[in-house]
Design a protein around this ligand. Structure first.
Ligand SMILES: Cc1ncc(COP(=O)(O)O)c(C=O)c1O
Length: 369
């Protein structure tokens, strides 16, 4: 009897070991194929050189006042190409260690470098290696006019659902070369196609200057910039005119949460929501306007990636905006889309807490100091 029990125990141990080994094996395969927690266990080959170069350049110290970049190589005295430090405006010298006391602060514009330390801390999850043959064609999946990554679109929808800052269900998404391109795409889409009277484009003062500059610059027959929205509130002929109100909320330059000033059957609003993220403002409710613009420039700080998106309710507006982007630039660079996808994946980690906490704390510390 004792012998049978011993045998049974031994068999049980063997069974448990075998099941565990199989589980480990299956887990490894899943990871290699792209599932799991992304600890890929492939032996690296063609990426090794690029990875080593990226780490070599990233390791160059610029005293915390600049960075060296892989496309910022210059010839040194011996004729070799070496990556150099590109210093922030108030620092100089080969390693950006010299403070330049006479430097002027630029209060007119802003590059969102305040998030750079966050991305340095998250170097391992946010880097993207682009294969030499990555999406070389004009269209994706060999489908004509398909220029937007479905994967990126679904991550954007997931992001809005997580943050609760915009309703995307039942709405369309258009990608643009930054929200800058989408701003004009939206103005174009809302303007009358065959009308002798152009749409009047207005914005309530103080407004983001590019709204005016861009609308005037394109000087299209379908629309023209007409200044401060509040001046149109009590105009009797405003009721019969096509009016497009640009609403930036939170606003640049004053951070106010703004609402459209003008109402009426011929009034349409474009909401620039690029700052409607938890590191800039409290998110009281998901925004649900007919046209809302967002941008990776303000969400993650990657203004140089030139990636933005519009959430659009109306199908005909969506189609006109998509045609605008297609004819203007044939969509957004596939490399930018790939990078935006990777960055948004990092934002989604831990429910967005790490990046939004970092952004909020950094800005409130700067405000206090
Ligand atoms: C209110 C507002 N909208 C749009 C933009 C431009 O964003 P993007 O980089 O997506 O073109 C800016 C940039 O500063 C902005 O302040």
């Amino acid at each position: 009897m004792a012998k049978t029990t011993k045998m049974f125990k031994l068999l049980l141990v063997i069974l448990v070991c075998s099941v565990s080994l199989n589980l480990v094996f299956v887990f490894k395969i899943v990871n290699v194929l792209g599932g799991g927690d992304h600890h890929y266990s492939l032996e690296l080959s063609w990426t090794k050189r690029d990875a080593a170069e990226a780490e070599y350049v990233a390791a160059i110290s610029c005293s915390g006042h600049g960075s060296a970049y892989m496309d910022g190589l210059i010839l040194d005295q011996d004729g070799n190409k070496e990556p150099v430090c590109e210093c922030n405006a108030c620092y100089g010298g080969p390693r950006c260690s010299q403070f330049l006391p006479s430097c002027a602060a630029d209060a007119n514009g802003g590059d969102p470098y305040f998030l750079e330390p966050f991305w340095m801390e998250n170097a391992a999850s946010s880097g993207v290696l682009v294969a030499g043959w990555h999406r070389m064609g004009y269209s994706l999946n060999f489908k004509p006019f398909m220029v937007m990554s479905k994967e990126l679109e679904s991550h954007i929808r997931e992001l809005h659902a997580l943050v609760g800052n915009a309703v995307t269900e039942g709405k369309y998404i258009v990608f643009g070369v930054g929200s800058t391109q989408l701003l004009n795409a939206a103005v174009h889409a809302l303007s009358p196609q065959n009308s002798s009277s152009p749409a009047r484009v207005v914005a309530s003062f103080p407004y983001y200057p590019l709204s005016k500059q861009q609308t005037e610059y394109f000087n299209a027959v379908g629309y023209k910039f007409e200044g401060d929205a509040s001046l149109w509130k009590n105009k009797s002929d405003a009721a019969t005119m096509n009016l497009i109100e640009l609403v930036t909320s939170p606003n640049n330059p004053d951070g106010q949460l703004k609402w459209a000033q003008l109402q009426g059957p011929n009034v349409k609003a474009i909401y620039d929501r690029v700052y409607y993220w938890p590191h800039f403002t409290a998110i009281s409710a998901p925004a649900d306007e007919d046209i809302m613009l967002f941008s990776i420039s303000k969400l993650t700080g990657h203004a140089g990636t030139r990636f933005g998106w519009a959430v659009v309710k109306d199908e005909s507006v969506f189609k006109r905006m998509s045609t605008y982007v297609f004819l203007n630039t044939q969509g957004v660079s596939r490399e930018s889309q790939l990078r935006a996808l990777q960055l948004i994946k990092v934002v989604l980690e831990e429910g967005g807490k790490p990046i939004f906490d970092f952004g909020y704390t950094t800005m409130s510390n700067r405000w206090k100091s």
